[in-house]
Design a binder for this molecule. Structure first.
Ligand SMILES: [Zn+2]
Length: 103
């Protein structure tokens, strides 16, 4: 501890990023559509997203709505939400992180 670690291989760094993300994983995401409690979620690769610390996607089995939990700088989070909404075609829209899960 305290010493700067040498850069590992790309693989090691990716694994470290995954570990970091898992540490931030919320216990659950509340579906923004039907308020179901979703405990199954997938970590989103945020290595190419500056300002985003971690992001998780949960697909609601009850209504099929995708809800995202995103952690990071507020501006970056807002930008990512806008991207997700665009990708969703604007019809379904992206959810927002439940207040209880916000950092
Ligand atoms: Zn739902």
């Amino acid at each position: 501890m305290g010493q700067a670690r040498q850069r590992g291989s790309l693989e090691q760094r990716q694994q470290a990023a995954v570990d970091r993300q898992l540490a931030l994983r919320p216990k659950f995401i509340t579906c923004n559509h039907c308020q179901a409690t979703l405990t199954e979620m997938a970590a989103v690769d945020v290595s190419a997203l500056p300002g985003i610390t971690a992001a998780f996607e949960a697909s609601c089995t009850a209504c099929g709505h995708d809800t995202y939990a995103i952690k990071g700088e507020p501006e970056a989070v807002a930008r990512l939400h806008a991207l997700i909404e665009q990708a969703a075609g604007g019809s379904s829209g992206a959810g927002v992180v439940p207040a209880a899960n916000k950092g």
